[in-house]
Design a protein around this ligand. Structure first.
Ligand code: PGA
Length: 267
């Protein structure tokens, strides 16, 4: 599949970095990451860090994502932050991350409601889906991906699906849950499966337009192999995004691949 859009690199900082540590990382990222027209770099700091980071970042080079939000727009929900409150602050929100599914017991219905709330508030969902090691060994990967995907997008229109991002994140490959290094051929197969599911529900055009990225122990060494997968629009590094050097190298690798592809096209 030809690359016709920007490569998406999303750094998920998880529950790391206080406000001053986040500020230090942002200033290092400013020094080490150039703006590239073919790359979209997205930072996903903690909820507390979002506001100060939004004031500090160069918006021509970086965009922001929230790591979570609550599906109701306002009301008596002590401790929660709504998508409505985040709408002017972030472009994206990560929804259905395996840490939220596993540690906070977010179920399919809750994730569907969050996806709808994000879209309703003009925030692009980055929907994470992926099977656990047990499910993988039981041969249930496709069933799990099917269930997680179809429920999450069940309230969206074709247009809304075409604009969202789907992150394939096999749970067993995420550093938190074992960090087994996934083989690009396996990722290719599941990305193809995800697009085929979208095609079945919303047609060929939408299955080409929807962005599908990969996450799970992506670092400066492995990024290139994942970014070269046909139909893979980007990566979602967690641990490596906390290291400015590694994160900058991932962005560089993505830009280099695009330059090489452009070179091939010109020949
Ligand atoms: P990791 O995290 O790169 O540390 O495995 C990825 C993620 O959890 O999204």
């Amino acid at each position: 599949m030809k690359k016709t859009r920007k490569t998406l690199i999303v750094g998920n900082w998880k529950m790391n970095l206080n406000v001053s540590q986040a500020s230090l990382l942002v200033s290092r990222l400013h020094k080490h990451i150039e703006g590239h027209r073919d790359i979209e770099v997205v930072l996903a700091p903690s909820m507390l860090d979002l506001q100060p980071v939004s004031l500090q970042i160069d918006r021509r080079r970086f965009r922001l994502a929230a790591q979570n939000a609550y599906h109701k727009d306002e009301g008596a929900y002590t401790g929660e932050v709504s998508f409505n409150m985040l709408r002017d602050l972030v472009h994206y929100v990560i929804i259905g991350h395996s840490e939220r599914r596993i540690y906070f017991h977010e179920d399919l219905g809750e994730i569907r409601d969050k996806v709808s709330a994000a879209v309703r508030n003009d925030i692009t969902p980055i929907l994470c889906i992926g099977e656990t090691q047990v499910e993988r060994r039981a041969g249930e990967t496709k069933q799990v991906l099917h269930d997680q995907l179809t429920t999450a997008i069940s309230n969206l229109t074709t247009e809304e699906v075409s604009q969202m991002v789907i992150a394939y994140e096999p749970v067993w490959a995420i550093s938190t849950f074992g960090g087994e290094i996934a083989k690009p051929v396996d990722i290719q197969r599941e990305i193809d499966f995800i697009r085929s599911q979208i095609e079945g529900l919303h047609g060929k055009q939408t299955s080409k337009e929807v962005r599908v990225i990969y996450g799970g122990s992506v670092d400066d060494h492995s990024a290139r192999a994942y970014l070269e997968i046909d139909g893979c629009d980007g990566v979602l590094p967690g641990s490596a995004s906390l290291n400015y050097h590694k994160f900058a190298l991932i962005v560089k690798a993505a830009h280099r691949i695009n330059e090489e592809e452009d070179g091939k096209k010109e020949k």
